[in-house]
Design a binder for this molecule. Structure first.
Ligand code: ZN
Length: 299
């Protein structure tokens, strides 16, 4: 079985062919522009290879229609990204290359990759959170990728927002001060009038950021009881955030959840991605390799 993976991000696409993190034989990346141009670039990459692939998996930004019974399965539905609402990402690739294509979110697919090769191996209930241009979360519960009604939208949960401490109204176009609206990269930039990567480690932005991340992680720990949470994305490239977030989570939980993983092992409960920034495209490959692709996945 020869498979390809696509990381379909809001700013860049990555396409690769291979079997895992140590075996990528071809890879290309290009900026996300219009759906027509971007998907055409992806199709050209695969069709220009000497040997065709048998399956493709896509880790895509969304929201996505992931109901295999839906006529719009694999479409990006609503998105503030201009030109992309109602784009048939899965069907366009599948028809052009005449291969089965599976698709999942850009958090579920990396969770699968981390589960297969990275920091989530051997766990059956675990999360992958990304904190970057937006905030998203996915993962496995009881060994299965989370889907349900649509798919999780953890980034839009409500968290406490003390306007006396932080008068910033929030940056989410749908909810203003949801988690993403308070803590994603654009919120940091809008609040402090400076991009996050240019703020020094000791800037008060990071204590506030750690608190917002910890509020939501606490909610997720209490709701899903994950055995581990991988937190990736551009904002988390600031490694000093990890000890701050862990400390806040322990403080917020206040010794209520009586697990050694929280009382003693918080450093291994909340971790960066083992696959780094390759978790997305490897997630596409992991999806294509998985038994998730059945008849419902075919065009
Ligand atoms: Zn929101």
């Amino acid at each position: 079985m020869r498979v390809g993976g696509i990381e379909g991000g809001g700013t860049k696409f990555v396409c690769a062919i291979g079997t895992g993190p140590d075996d990528i034989e071809a890879e290309v990346r290009f900026p996300t522009t219009t759906p027509e141009e971007t998907l055409r670039n992806a199709i050209e990459f695969f069709s220009s290879q000497e040997r065709p692939v048998d399956r493709i998996g896509i880790a895509s930004f969304g929201p996505l229609d992931l109901n295999p019974e839906s006529p719009r399965f694999g479409f990006i539905s609503q998105t503030p990204k201009v030109g992309w609402p109602n784009t048939d990402v899965r069907g366009t690739i599948s028809r052009a290359l005449d291969v089965p294509v599976w698709i999942d979110t850009d958090t579920n697919a990396p969770a699968l990759a981390e589960h297969k090769w990275g920091a989530l191996q051997g766990l059956d209930t675990c999360l992958y959170i990304t904190v970057g241009t937006g905030i998203g979360g996915g993962g496995l519960v009881g060994g299965k990728l989370m889907h349900g009604l649509v798919h999780p939208e953890m980034g839009h949960m409500r968290i406490p927002h003390d306007k006396a401490v932080d008068p910033f109204e929030g940056a989410c176009p749908f909810h203003k001060d949801c988690w993403e609206g308070l803590a994603a990269g654009p919120a940091i930039e809008a609040r402090w009038k400076c991009r996050g990567e240019n703020l020094p480690d000791e800037h008060p932005a990071w204590a506030l950021e750690a608190r917002y991340l910890a509020f939501a992680l606490q909610n997720l720990i209490l709701t899903l009881s994950p055995q581990r949470i991988v937190v990736g994305g551009g904002v988390m490239d600031r490694a000093h955030l990890f000890p701050m977030v862990r400390q806040e989570v322990v403080s917020l939980l206040n010794a209520y959840v009586r697990s050694p993983a929280i009382l003693e092992g918080i450093d291994t409960l909340i971790v960066p991605p083992a696959l780094g920034n390759r978790a997305g495209v490897l997630g596409g490959i992991a999806l294509a390799q998985a038994e998730l692709v059945g008849p419902v996945g075919l065009v």
